[in-house]
Design a protein around this ligand. Sequence first.
Ligand code: MG
Length: 125
Amino acid sequence: MPKILLVDDEEPNRDFLSRRLVKRGYVVVEAVNGVDACAKADSERPDIILMDVNMPVLDGLQATQQIRSNPDIRQIPIIALTALAMAGDRERLLAAGCDDYESKPIELPQLLTKIQTLLDARSAT
Ligand SMILES: [Mg+2]
């Protein structure tokens, strides 16, 4: 089954999503900030990354930029999870290298569709 790297600094958020993703058969690895996300993207080689934006140490956009600059892992799809809903955010997220984004509170069916779309696109190449 596809492996998902789930990055969020808030444990309740990780628990909520992790349990639901595992229930649907995904393998879930968790990271707690941007530095942890970059390390685990490299060591775990997930099929896709769900990246919180607002995090301490290194935020989701900076972590995405670091992952995109590493040739070994730059091709991993990234969906940003953002609480921000300001105009221009979409452009900022995509400019940082995210493939898609989902606004919090997360609507699970919509997120699952986005995950599957990116996984399908990746396996088709
Ligand atoms: Mg956060």
